[in-house]
Design a protein around this ligand. Structure first.
Ligand code: ADP
Length: 362
């Protein structure tokens, strides 16, 4: 196991900047997720760490040693790919043993390692099968096993669950969590799926257009997004965004008859703001207290049952708001309701820069 340090690491292809220089210290044993939409630079960052892509600027260290010029095979890293990259004509055993044979490891040691790892991953019954006779989840487990037998200092995962169906993804996600708890190897994991990032990560690095938008724990990035981009990317369904102008009696929502009180200390000096409210931070009430300034009349335009939860599309004085409610009993389309917005969970962003308005500026 080892720490990984990125010191002003950046990547350009000619005039195109794929990853802007940034610093990151990944602790020994940490599970770090690189998250962002397609093209944001996640794979490029991972491939630079793996040594599959040259580093344009900065210094990369693994276990405190500079590895910019080190061969991928000598960096102590093992990579798990989205497409498994298994040899189709080799058995599960041989797929896992391949790297060790190339290292000329003694046969008995190879057998011991492959058997230990197949125990760990529940692959004992499949060792003599070829990949074609395995399910997608089993193939991915073999790919992970092949990485583990090499006892790497660092695991690199490139969207390893993307080819699996939704149910299997959830199962494999849990297996990966379990595995990380057991073997504790420093892991760097690329995904565009924010649920995967939230559930697996000790810390998440959110990238947008080749730039780091925020680095934080899942709780941090959910509770305190530093930009409108992060606020919109983390959380499902996504946060409601409302354009607002400062008015005498609060924030007037542009193009509607809705005015919200100014949450204390949120962008007090601003004339305009984008307010952000998560669908789970709006409550639908049987009968709201009419004197509460955060209670509003609303009309249900659409209702969607998801199972445990339901989504309501509400019209609130001309503003549409998506609200998440309990799925057992909820008002149907056409119903008139009252809602309460949690003032402590209202976010504010500067529309010009997208940066969060600080609440600390009271
Ligand atoms: P992600 O993994 O987040 O989808 P990538 O790291 O693959 O994104 O790509 C980041 C950016 O770098 C993209 O704009 C992509 O087009 C560009 N890019 C990646 N590889 C090359 C290359 N070989 N030549 C030029 N541009 C590249």
């Amino acid at each position: 196991m080892a720490s990984v340090t990125l010191n002003q690491i950046g990547k350009s292809y000619g005039a195109v900047t794929a990853v802007e220089e940034f610093d990151l210290e990944i602790a020994d044993g940490e599970f770090l997720v690189l998250l962002g939409p397609s093209g944001c630079g996640k794979s490029t960052t991972l491939r630079m760490i793996a040594g599959l892509e040259s580093i344009t600027t900065g210094e990369l260290s693994i276990g405190g040693v500079r590895v910019n010029e080190t061969d991928p095979k000598d960096r102590g890293v093992a990579m798990v790919f989205q497409n498994y990259a298994l040899y189709p004509h080799k058995t599960v055993f041989d797929n896992m043993a391949m790297g060790l044979k190339l290292q000329k490891m003694p046969k008995a040691e190879i057998e011991k390692r492959v058997n230990d790892v197949s125990d760990l991953l529940g692959l004992n019954d499949y060792l003599m099968r070829k990949p074609a006779a395995l399910s997608g989840g089993q193939r991915q487990r073999v790919a992970i096993g092949r990485a583990i037998v090499r006892t790497p200092e660092v695991f690199l995962f490139d969207e390893p669950l993307s080819n699996l169906d939704a149910k299997l993804r959830v199962k494999m996600r849990m297996e990966l969590q379990e595995l990380h708890k057991r073997i504790g190897v420093t892991s760097i994991y690329v995904t565009h799926d924010q649920v995967e990032a939230m559930t697996l990560a000790d810390r998440i690095v959110i990238l947008n257009g080749g730039k780091v938008a925020q680095i934080g724990t899942p709780r941090d990035v959910y509770d305190n997004p530093e930009t409108e981009f992060v606020a919109g990317f983390i959380g499902s369904p996504a946060m409601n965004f409302l354009s607002a102008e400062a008015a005498q009696d609060g924030w007037k929502i542009t193009g509607t008859d809705l005015t919200l009180p100014r949450p204390q200390g949120l962008g007090d000096a601003c004339e305009v703001a984008t307010l952000g409210i998560r669908p789970e931070h709006i409550e639908v009430l049987e009968d709201g207290d009419a004197s509460d300034p955060w209670v509003f009349k609303a009309m249900v335009k659409l209702d969607e049952l998801l199972g445990a939860d339901a989504l309501l599309n509400l019209s609130v004085h001309g503003q549409e708001l998506l609200v998440r409610v309990d799925g057992t009993d909820f008002p149907q389309a056409g119903a008139k309701v009252r809602i309460r917005i949690d003032p402590n969970r209202v976010h504010g962003f500067d529309p010009a820069t997208g940066l969060a308005l600080s609440r600390a500026s009271i």
